[in-house]
Each structure stands twice: as C-alpha cells, then as structure tokens.
Design a protein around this ligand. Structure first.
Ligand SMILES: *Cc1c(COP(=O)(O)O)cnc(C)c1O
Length: 399
C-alpha cells in the first residue's frame, strides 16, 4: 500500500465509524474503471454496489447534474419541480403499472415507504399489517427494513425490532403459504436476491407469489433496489418474469450515484398516501431527478438493456469456464450483468486476489463472489478483465 492510500486510510479509521473497512481510496472514475489516489486504475466490477449502470461520470449525466446544479438544487416538495415531475411520469410509463411515484433518498427509505403504504392500505382493508419477507433477502438498515431483512448478521444487537414481519424460504411457495396469517398484508421480495448471494427467483415462484397475492388480497412488493434499472436486461427485473407487482422500489442505480430512492405503485395504490401522511424533505431532489432522467435516456439511446443480456451472456460463459477448471468453484448464478460465482470457501480471498490483479468485485451471501459491472461494458474490456480474473483465480486455486 502506497503512501497516499495509507495516509488517508489512517485518518479515515481515526474519524469514521468502522461500519466499513475500506482498503482502496478512490479519486476518480470513468466508464468501467476507477482510479485510486495513487494513480492505480482498476476495473470497477462493483459499479459502486450496483449504482453506476451507465458507468462512472457518463458525460450526459455529468452535464445534466452540472446544468441543474447551476439552476436549482432543492425545492422541499412544498414546491414542485420539472425534473421530478418528468421523472415520475417516465417511471410510471416504463413500469406500465399506471400508478404513481413517491420519491425519497435511499433504498432503505424506499422500502420503508413501501412497508408504510402497505400498512396504511391494510389498515383500511381488514386491519392487516404483517409483511412476509425472505431468508437471505436484504431490504436496508433502518429498523423496519432490518426487521424485514431475515438475516442474523443484520439484526444482531438491535432488539427490540419492529413487529409485523414473518419470514419464508425463497423459491419455496409452500413456506410462503405457511407464513401467511389473517394479519398478512403484503409479500416483499427481490426477484434476484443481491446481498443474499445473487440468487434469482424461479419463474414458477414469482408466478406463484402473484397468484397467492391475488387469491388472498395481498400486495406484492418487489425490491428492485439492486436488480432494477436494466441490470438484468429489462428495466425492472420483475418484467423478466411476466408478472406485475403492486409496488416496487428503486434506489442504487436510479441516478448514477446521486442519492435517490423511489417507490412506484400500480393504479390501485396510487392515492393511498394522502397529504401529510408520508414525506421526505429531499425526496425528488431536482439534481438527482435530472441525473435520473439522463440515466434513463442513456440506457435507451445506448441500448443498454440488450447489452446487459448480451455482455452478461459472454461474461457468464467465461465464469462457467472457470467453474469447469477449478473444483473449488461450484456454480455461476444470476441474470444479465448481475452474476455470482459460488465458491467452496471464503469468497473474500477471491475478492482480495481480484483486486491485486486490478478488478474490483464484491462478496455476497457468505460463499459468493458478486460481479455487478457497468452495463456499458465493452467486449474488449470484458476480455481484459477476464484475463485478470483468470490470473486471480489461478493465484487462489491453482496448483
Ligand atoms: C442496497 C439495498 C437496499 C438498501 O439500499 P440503501 O440505499 O443502502 O438504503 C435495499 N434493498 C436491496 C435489494 C439492496 O440491494
């Protein structure tokens, strides 16, 4: 570790609470690469945890942010703005659900809004409030979303957690049926679990959830915070399953790094929140909304939905090759450019070796190396990164 990195990390550890333990200090990013403070260039196959779907500092997004920052940076929601209004219309159109949007600032906050909206609707529909979520799922770090996240490492030390959640097994419709009671109001699911290990739902499971919600008058909530905005090859991952949720949430990749969250409803739930029943001072911030509008037009103009599928297919093949080569690599999972390499062992060892070779990747679910490269990834960059991944795997698993 060189001087500048060392120097900043020492100051960081002295004054930033140790919720994260970084070993790289980033200075800039461009497209699919980032540069650290010592000038080292790395492939960013984390996309800032699924944020930079259009790559770092896309010129259209940069321009939109700069122009809006010079015009108006905040309007408090007591006053409307053009960017947020236009963005809401665009999200409703892309969803095809005919509903409305509530804007906030993060994934946790978007899921909180979804849970609150479901409870509010449930209070008017049989006094129901319980939300069924899934083991290995992830929904955020506020108290309610931690209660919704059925994972011990996320909940430890935070008792008492808010009540009103029941847990079921992912891809197991019978366990969902068993978790439903007279108090159940909604089922919240990631179509592709991210933090839990890059685990896609099966088509039968998503269809089964929709049918169950219709039969029992429950709301289906899709958490699209990680798998949304084109990552899996459709605007929203649920669209790849041929079902429609009642509510879905977005955040991470919506505005290419400017903090923003959104809750999108269908027509039935469009007016459940009424004046003052829910709020967020920064929600729909005009700079974030301008960035999000630029992100959507870049995805459209550059055909990034199709690219996620195409380049994702090539990357998947390359990873499958490694699975065949090394006994310690068990499986490739995922959809589009949301891919997981399942390891018999500690995935952190692989992630560290990848960084040494020049590729940033993530862990997930205790045994998975997670790749979330920007959707603008070109074939030649993928080839170069694949060579680096090959070298890293050879360091860890080679004879
Ligand atoms: C990251 C994530 C969240 C939480 O988003 P924050 O912006 O960190 O609050 C919620 N759900 C899923 C699926 C996520 O991946």
């Amino acid at each position: 570790m060189s001087n500048k990195t060392q120097e900043i990390l020492e100051k960081y550890t002295a004054s930033v609470m140790p919720t994260y333990t970084p070993s790289v200090v980033l200075a800039s990013g461009k497209g699919v690469t980032v540069r650290d403070v010592d000038g080292l260039v790395l492939y960013d196959f984390t996309s800032g945890i699924g944020v930079h779907n259009v790559g770092h500092c896309h010129q259209k997004v940069v321009k939109a942010i700069q122009d809006q920052a010079a015009r108006l940076t905040h309007a408090s929601n007591l006053f409307a703005t053009e960017p947020a209004t236009e963005l809401a219309g665009k999200l409703v159109e892309l969803s095809g659900l005919g509903g409305k949007v509530f804007f906030c600032n993060s994934g946790a906050e978007a899921n909180e809004a979804a849970i609150k909206l479901a409870r509010r609707w449930g209070s008017q529909n049989g006094g129901r409030y319980e939300v069924v979520t899934f083991r290995q799922g992830f929904h955020g770090r506020t108290l309610a979303t931690v209660a919704a996240t059925a994972q011990a490492w996320c909940q430890a030390g935070y008792d008492p957690l808010p009540v009103g959640f029941a847990y079921a097994d992912f891809n197991d419709i019978e366990s969902v049926k068993a978790a439903i009671t007279g108090k159940t109001v909604a089922i919240m699911v990631e179509a592709v679990q991210g933090e839990g290990g890059v685990m896609p739902a099966t088509k039968e499971f998503m269809e089964g959830l929709r049918a169950l919600c219709d039969e029992k008058n429950l709301l289906l909530i899709c958490d699209e915070v990680q798998c949304g905005m084109g990552r899996t090859g459709t605007w929203f991952a649920w669209q790849g399953y041929g079902i429609e949720p009642d509510l879905f949430t977005l955040a991470k990749s919506i505005a290419d790094g400017i903090p923003m969250g959104a809750l999108v409803s269908n027509a039935k739930l469009a007016d459940v929140f009424t004046p003052s029943s829910h709020a967020s001072t920064f929600g729909g911030n005009p700079v974030a909304a301008a960035a999000a509008l630029a992100v959507i037009s870049v995805i459209e103009e550059e055909g990034l939905l199709a690219r996620a599928t195409e380049v994702g297919g090539l990357f998947r093949e390359a990873l499958q090759g490694f699975v065949e080569k090394y006994d310690k690599l068990l499986e490739v999972r995922g959809v589009g450019l949301m891919l997981g390499l399942v390891v018999d062992g500690d995935p952190k060892e692989v992630v560290d070796a990848l960084r040494e070779q020049g590729v940033l990747a993530l862990t997930a679910g205790g045994n998975t190396v997670r790749f979330l490269p920007p959707l603008v990834l070109k074939e030649e960059d993928l080839e170069e990164a694949t060579d680096m991944i090959s070298d890293a795997l050879d360091c860890v698993f080679g004879e």
